[in-house]
Design a protein around this ligand. Structure first.
Ligand SMILES: Nc1ncnc2c1ncn2[C@@H]1O[C@H](COP(=O)(O)OP(=O)(O)OP(=O)(O)O)[C@@H](O)[C@H]1O
Ligand SMILES: [Mg+2]
Length: 336
């Protein structure tokens, strides 16, 4: 039996599509004890985040879209494939998604996670994330038609224009959902003397946050009062979260507009016609699509389960001959 895996290694979530097009989505988090011993990984390690004693180090092996902790990322991938998925890396076919706007060495490191291991797969290929996302959304990337894909992740936002199966423009911005969470934490501390953790900020963002004013929801959270130092319960309204996120939302809009200004006119015509395609978990933010339509005057298309879009596309590259050519062998240019 031969195994195949399409792997999207995100800053917050690791998504693996197997040969049956089933997707496993787990937190890309590791908990280490005694400096280098893996204690837990995935969702269990994430449940320890912000709660672990000093003896357990909970961390994210990917930062700003690139590998920050190679060894632990490699160990975790093998554990997930062999223990959680009950599969085999050795002899399998692997396609790994890589951000476009990073160096060749950084790209190479993603395939090295597999090719520089004891149990090597049969083949390791890479695919640029925006192409995999577009395929995952069911778009025909091979046409001479301009497609704009905005992947809003946790630590990165990748804005790309695709035509004829290649990237015409791509920009990797070093911020995403995590930045929004930090802004919420800072805003509540500054304006309400309330200290909350990142997980509470995420709950506020996801449950009552909105990219447009006036959602009108409320959520009661527990934090620490800066003045008394004691735990306190407070009801937060949607518009407070909107104010906290406002400058991050402006950054998203400004960067999308900047890319649109650089698109060659014939491709711009296609984008106006087909609309902007959103993917990545942060695209689930309430009314984000409406905000982008408002500022660009272009229709915005959302997709179902946007976090898994890239992995879905990688699955298609592995199993459908039509998309096979989008998985490339990693090249490393050496400059002398
Ligand atoms: N309903 C929601 N509203 C707002 N944000 C959401 C929602 N659901 C998930 N998110 C955010 O989506 C992000 C995770 O998305 P995703 O899995 O696409 O990121 P990633 O691939 O791990 O990151 P990156 O692509 O930057 O490496 C998190 O910041 C999470 O808080
Ligand atoms: Mg991602």
């Amino acid at each position: 039996m031969s195994y195949s895996y399409g792997i999207d290694i995100g800053t917050q979530n690791l998504k693996i599509c197997d040969g049956n097009n089933k997707i496993l989505n787990l937190k890309n988090t590791i908990a280490i004890v005694n400096k280098n011993q893996m204690y837990a990984y995935g969702d269990r390690a994430y449940s320890m985040f912000e709660k672990a004693p000093d003896t357990i180090d909970v961390s994210f092996p990917i930062a700003s879209g690139v590998i920050a902790d190679f060894d632990n990322m490699q160990t975790m991938l093998f554990e997930v494939i062999e223990k959680t998925l009950k599969g085999k890396v050795k002899g399998s076919d692997v396609v790994v998604a890589v951000p476009t706007d990073i160096t060749d060495v950084e790209k190479r490191a993603f395939s090295d996670l597999f090719s520089k291991s004891k149990n090597k797969p049969h083949s390791v290929r890479i695919c640029e994330k925006p192409i995999a996302c577009a395929i995952g959304m069911g778009l025909d990337v091979s046409e001479p038609t301009g497609l704009m894909v905005v992947d809003l992740g946790a630590d990165t936002t990748e804005i790309s224009v695709i035509s004829l199966g290649g990237l015409v423009l791509s920009e990797l911005l070093p911020f995403g959902g995590n930045q929004i969470d930090e802004s919420i934490v800072t805003y509540l501390k500054r304006n309400f003397n309330l200290v909350i953790g990142q997980k509470t900020a995420i709950a506020l963002k996801e449950q009552i946050g909105s990219a447009l004013k006036g959602r009108g929801e409320k959520l009661t959270v527990v934090g620490r009062d800066v003045v008394s130092g004691l735990p306190i319960e407070m009801e937060i309204e949607s518009d407070v979260i909107y104010e906290a996120m406002k400058s991050d939302l402006e950054s998203f809009c400004n960067n999308i507009k900047l890319i649109l200004e650089k698109v060659p006119p014939e491709l711009a015509k296609d984008i106006v016609h087909s609309g902007i395609y959103l993917t990545g978990g942060t695209s689930l933010l309430h009314e984000l699509a409406s905000l982008f339509t408002e500022v660009t005057n272009i229709k915005v298309n959302e997709t179902e389960e946007p976090e898994e879009c890239c992995a879905r596309g990688l699955g298609a590259i592995l199993t459908n001959d039509k998309f096979k050519r989008y998985g490339q062998s990693p090249k490393l240019r050496i400059f002398k």
